[in-house]
Design a protein around this ligand. Structure first.
Ligand SMILES: Cc1cc2nc3c(=O)[nH]c(=O)nc-3n(C[C@H](O)[C@H](O)[C@H](O)COP(=O)(O)O)c2cc1C
Length: 177
């Protein structure tokens, strides 16, 4: 290998992502919540999404046991929520208002979208495990103008200027993706 871990991480930081919090209830009945940037879409039919969890995360064993979870896509105004759920252990949920999902998983209010999932598959991903969820319920924000929280280069960012831009003229090439 011609690079070290630091360079690898820095290079990965060149890929901007949104920020999500995955939520669920452990087998022991406790609420789970973890900030992730590894969320992505997988399939439209069936509707599948993915995220990955570090094996060294405190809550990793609990995530491996549950069959239902939700992925909540954070809005730009939810940086403090992201930081709260990126803390190891502790009571991440104190004073949090929670919405009960259709499948009884806890959802975060004001998320741009929440995907309630049934566990579909788990794959080895080195020091992470890749979770693929089958989306069985959706909740989306009524505020179409709300902006997402962005993570890029190891920092939160804003879309700001580019947000109102018209789509590029060849935007249709992205349709039917
Ligand atoms: C923007 C951001 C993105 C993150 N993405 C991930 C991720 O995709 N997978 C992961 O395992 N941890 C990720 N983390 C770190 C976890 O949120 C953090 O380790 C958290 O403490 C795990 O919760 P736990 O210690 O209760 O298990 C991310 C943190 C931040 C701030």
């Amino acid at each position: 290998m011609s690079f070290d871990e630091r360079r690898f991480r820095d290079a990965l930081g060149a890929f901007p992502t949104g920020v999500a919090v995955v939520t669920g209830i452990s087998r022991a009945g406790e609420r789970l919540g973890m900030t992730v940037s590894s969320f992505n879409s997988v399939s439209t039919a069936p509707p599948l999404v993915l995220f990955s969890v570090a094996r060294r995360a405190h809550s990793f064993p609990a995530w491996m046991e549950i069959e239902r979870y939700a992925i909540n896509i954070l809005a730009q105004s939810q940086e403090t929520v992201s930081n709260r759920f990126a803390r190891p252990l502790g009571d991440k949920w104190s004073d949090m208002i929670v919405i009960n999902g259709e499948t009884d998983v806890p959802l975060l209010p004001n998320a741009l979208a929440s995907f309630e999932c049934e566990a579909h598959a788990r794959f080895d991903g080195g020091d992470h495990v890749i979770f693929v969820g089958h989306v069985i319920a959706l909740r989306t924000t009524p505020h179409k103008q709300a902006q997402p929280l962005i993570f890029y280069g190891g920092r939160y960012r804003r879309l700001d200027a580019g947000f109102q831009d018209a789509p590029p003229r060849d935007a249709h090439i992205f349709e039917g993706w």
